[in-house]
Design a protein around this ligand. Structure first.
Ligand SMILES: CC(C)(COP(=O)(O)OP(=O)(O)OC[C@H]1O[C@@H](n2cnc3c(N)ncnc32)[C@H](O)[C@@H]1OP(=O)(O)O)[C@@H](O)C(=O)NCCC(=O)NCCS
Length: 171
């Protein structure tokens, strides 16, 4: 496993390792009704919960889960995205933008950077996303980032087995 990369830089978005100051962004993210269902960030996180979530992101690579990036625009953290190991040839992705920074297509740009980084892993062949069918913003984000829908399955989200669409991009 390689180490955490230098920041991944796009026209507007910069993906970098988490720092403790990102707890403020985590608190904003935790006000979204859906984000807390998709991971370990508690809803309406307090300062300690947000700081603990940031520390968990900082530990994701060491624990073998994958790369968790803070998504930054103009020097301000506005989201999180992850490139997660899912076998020798496959990664999965996850992404979220704080409510106040949505509507600018930032997640699609971040996904483009994640996919480019995935292909620096010689064995990687596929990057996959699982998205609930109602999540239009996420589905459009995937399409914009070059993913295509390949099927459907179920996946545990928020403690429930949910219907999800499977979208992939291949090397
Ligand atoms: C998914 C998410 C990261 C996208 O954030 P973003 O980059 O700011 O996305 P935008 O708001 O710019 O929207 C992207 C596209 O979806 C469209 N869209 C956004 N909200 C929409 C809605 N409610 N209904 C229909 N279309 C919508 C936008 O018009 C845009 O379309 P375009 O690419 O054709 O211009 C953000 O909504 C989020 O953090 N959601 C909560 C977490 C989440 O669902 N993550 C994904 C889990 S699979």
């Amino acid at each position: 496993m390689s180490g955490f990369p230098d920041p991944l830089v796009g026209p507007r978005v910069r993906l970098r390792a988490f720092v403790p100051a990102d707890a403020a962004m985590a608190r904003e993210l935790s006000t979204d009704p859906y984000v807390p269902r998709t991971g370990s960030l508690p809803a309406h996180a307090d300062a300690a919960q947000a700081a603990a979530w940031v520390r968990r992101q900082q530990g994701r690579l060491a624990e073998g889960a994958g790369y968790s990036f803070a998504l930054e625009v103009g020097g301000r953290a506005v989201g999180q995205c992850g490139l997660w190991f899912a076998g020798a040839e496959r990664f999965t992705v996850g992404y979220a933008v704080v409510p106040g920074a949505r509507g600018q297509g930032l997640a699609a740009e971040a996904l483009g950077l994640l996919v480019g980084f995935a292909w620096t892993h010689p064995a990687a062949r596929t990057v996959e996303a699982l998205v609930e069918p109602w999540n239009t913003a996420s589905l459009r984000t995937l399409a914009r980032a070059g993913f295509t829908r390949v099927g459907a399955t179920t996946h545990p989200i928020g403690g429930e087995e949910r219907d999800v669409e499977v979208w992939v991009v291949r090397r």
